[in-house]
Design a protein around this ligand. Sequence first.
Ligand SMILES: Cc1ncc(COP(=O)(O)O)c(C=O)c1O
Length: 443
Amino acid sequence: MDVSRRRFLATAGLVTAAAAVPGRLLAELEKRTPPLPDLSRWSDVKAMFSLAPGLLHFSSFFIVSHPRPVREAIDAYRAVIDANPLIELESRMFQSEDKSIFNEIYRAAAPYMGCRADEIALTPNTTTGLALVYHGLPLAGGDEILVTAHDHYVHHEAARTAAARAGATTRRIALYDDPAKVSVAEVAARVERAISPATRIFGATWVHSSTGVRLPVRAIADELQRVNAGRDPARQVVFVLDGVHGFGCTDESAAQLGADFFSAGTHKWMLAPRGTGVLWGRADRWPLLRPTIPSFASLSAYLAWQDGKPPGPTTAADVAPGGFLAYEHQWAMTAAFRLHEKLGRARVAARIRQLNDQLKRGLAAMKHVRLHTPMDPALSAGIACFEVEGMKPEAVVAKLLEKKIVASTSPYKVTYARLAPSLVNDEREVDAALRAVRELSAT
Ligand SMILES: Cc1ncc(COP(=O)(O)O)c(C=O)c1O
């Protein structure tokens, strides 16, 4: 154990008790969390969710229903924390950086995200990760944050408030006019045209919850790389991506997409506990950020504070927001990454694509329906957005609920009805949803 940390624990009188805990905690957890079952059949995967029967749930991307292994991990962690809150937290989080439970989570997430464990900060959700990036990046009067017209409210607001604080400005650009006809070339050309000498941050969203469009992130990153090649290193454009609706439903590594920072809640497609998320940053970009919220995951920040010294260059751990949390949820993130690893990222993506293809083909064939999401699987993911002739999206969702289909509307100025087939659904349920939409023509 680090000397300063030992001193810290010793003042709390915990060294002896804490040293004995990790082995016991692990044994306790293993007893309470059975190994993952055979998940080769999708029906067995679907059965892991305890969603209300009698409804067909097509809005799981909104907020997760915990699958069984995640519920079990939460319950197990909750039981050990309830039995011994102080000792369990001290031993798991503060005993040593190497053995900290944060590392266990980073190590579970890193292979899935295609990055090093020390490039990830744990956050409670997408929103917090975006705010930490926008408010942490250096901005000055005259600088501009360029975002897209397709980003979520929380993204625009994180950018706007950060810009306002720095005397900078924000601007929005549309990357397409008709989502159903979006193309890689059009998106790249619009980004190229929109970047100005004042642009310091470009913010975008991987999969749009407004239209279901999945952006060609690599093409955008290539464009930005060309821009940055001609710029002073101190004035490079930083690429910030809201990745939440591509994370856990596509077969791409978040850290390999081409963005500089990637924020995603893990409480949607990743099936991790509610109130959890990740913020990834390129190793050489983390030092750009000023931490906003004091971290509990950074021993060096704690030691610098203790010694009254300035902290070193910012690391991912420095940016992870501290303050005590519902740790049974955060710690159980590992169970979700292990579940995805067992299921296979490519296999999950193929399944979600198959169900979405079935849904979109069916919707596109209906004369009274206008599908706004592209058919091309490279430009879409797990969300299908559509309109029914003569009906407001809210009315479509209400009528579908009468037919036991849980759909949603997109929370944007221009709003559509959304159905999002996922691992909680199967082909029969997609057919039932299509039947229900078909019947809307007669109402
Ligand atoms: C594109 C997008 N970004 C961010 C959010 C907010 O996500 P979180 O709850 O993880 O902050 C949402 C909401 O569902 C969203 O659709």
